[in-house]
Design a protein around this ligand. Structure first.
Ligand SMILES: *Cc1c(COP(=O)(O)O)cnc(C)c1O
Length: 392
């Protein structure tokens, strides 16, 4: 198999001159310049692209989630709802913020189970993090309605959802705060990095200062609000800023978000249609109202045993196209039973059953349809060979 699935999104050639200039000047720290530092420009451009009032660029999406929780001023050990299927960095951010994660069941469609969500949305819940894992959007209408009724803030972990919309509205703009990632395997590749967006003056003032805007450096953010002076020296500095070089690599990629999102969806849907023709494979459809921007594909194995699932991982790896099955690895950071740093880690039978049969494959947005066809051939051949293994 000659298609490279680990390929990250390319850095546009238009970034090279600005990067070279940055290296010549050595001006990598966002607060050296009085104004218009690349990080500040990235924040302004990102906020404008999303239609939000404010943006804050930081070291990672995890840092954005952590700062947001800190800014909410929850009681110590407050309970925070997260889905039972997400990346380990999400419950980690909750624990880091001195809160207790409450895990909600995730269904066979990779989205939060709304009955379990509602049952767990008790008076004790201080906040909800909707992690749109692998870009799968949970039912935002129901989540926002239930949380508004109870006055519970909703944080969107949109790390993998840049370009996704819900009833025409951009994912990440529907909750109080939306957090995104620029880690290399997301739609915009900064190596590392994250950004949060919000319309809330108090949240932006606190998170900007906590991200490391010591002394009067918040003045260099160009945010149109008087809230900053209130919080200066009143909140701790966690120093998790973005540097100018990262912003210089990221900025020229923003204009490519729509085309990358469109290519990603075309590739995904083309492959999904082929896989759905196979009796053992199922790619769940999007929810009504959801318009996706995927750079990976997830599909379920129907009527295959653990032995056959294990065989599929080995056979596909041998064929040069390693299919991961979340729950069949001992070390996968996306399965809840490996989050052993959580106190009283619960059991989620429905999520576990899904994870034991859910396959995961990167599908970089830059692939051509003929690449995707080769991938489809390889998957189908591996599945047929694995089904020939004796079911144990
Ligand atoms: C990548 C990812 C994160 C973590 O992002 P970082 O920028 O690496 O901290 C969190 N949540 C989801 C759903 C992700 O895909």
């Amino acid at each position: 198999m000659s298609v490279n699935l680990q390929k990250a999104e390319p850095i546009p050639a238009s970034a090279r001159a600005a990067i070279e200039e940055m290296l010549q000047s050595g001006d990598l720290f966002r607060y050296t310049a009085k104004e218009n530092a690349p990080v500040t420009l990235l924040e302004q451009e990102f906020a404008e692209m999303m239609g939000s009032r404010f943006a804050l660029a930081v070291a990672s999406c995890s840092a954005a989630l952590f700062l947001t929780l800190q800014a909410l001023d929850l009681k110590p050990n407050a309970k925070v709802i997260i889905p039972g299927f997400t990346f380990a960095a999400v419950p980690s951010a909750v624990v880091h913020a001195n809160c207790q994660p409450v895990l909600v069941e995730v269904g066979d469609n990779f989205r939060m189970d709304m009955a379990d969500f509602e049952a767990k949305l008790t008076d004790e819940i201080g906040a909800v993090i909707v992690s749109h894992m692998r870009g799968h959007t949970s039912d935002m209408d129901t989540i926002l309605r239930l949380c508004a009724d109870r006055n519970i803030p909703v944080i969107e972990d949109a790390a993998h959802s840049l370009g996704t919309t819900w009833n025409g509205q951009k994912i990440g703009t529907m909750g109080l705060v939306g957090c995104f990632s620029f880690q290399s395997y997301k739609l915009v590749n900064g190596g590392e990095g994250g950004i949060l967006i919000t319309d809330d003056e108090e949240i932006i003032a606190k998170t900007v200062i906590m991200s490391g805007a010591y002394e009067n450096n918040w003045q260099k953010h160009g945010c149109d609000t008087n809230s900053f002076a209130r919080f200066q020296n009143q909140v701790p500095l966690y120093n998790t800023r973005m540097n100018n070089l990262s912003a210089t690599v990221i900025r020229p990629q923003l204009e490519h978000v729509p085309s990358r999102a469109e290519n990603g969806l075309r590739n995904h849907d083309h492959l999904a249609a082929r896989l759905n023709n196979h009796p053992s494979l199922h790619v769940p459809p999007p929810l009504p109202g959801e318009h996706r921007a995927p750079d990976s594909i997830q599909f379920l194995l129907n009527g295959m045993s653990d032995t056959q699932a294990q065989a599929l991982m080995a056979i596909s790896a041998n064929a040069g196209l390693p299919i991961q099955i979340f729950g069949q690895h001992t070390e996968n950071a996306r399965v809840f039973w490996n989050w052993q740093f959580i106190k009283d880690l619960p059991e989620l039978p429905q999520t576990r059953a899904m994870l034991m049969r859910a396959c995961d494959l990167r599908l970089p947005a830059s692939l051509s349809l003929s690449d995707v066809d080769l991938i489809g051939d390889a998957i189908l051949a591996s599945v047929d060979q694995a089904r020939g293994e004796k079911a144990a």
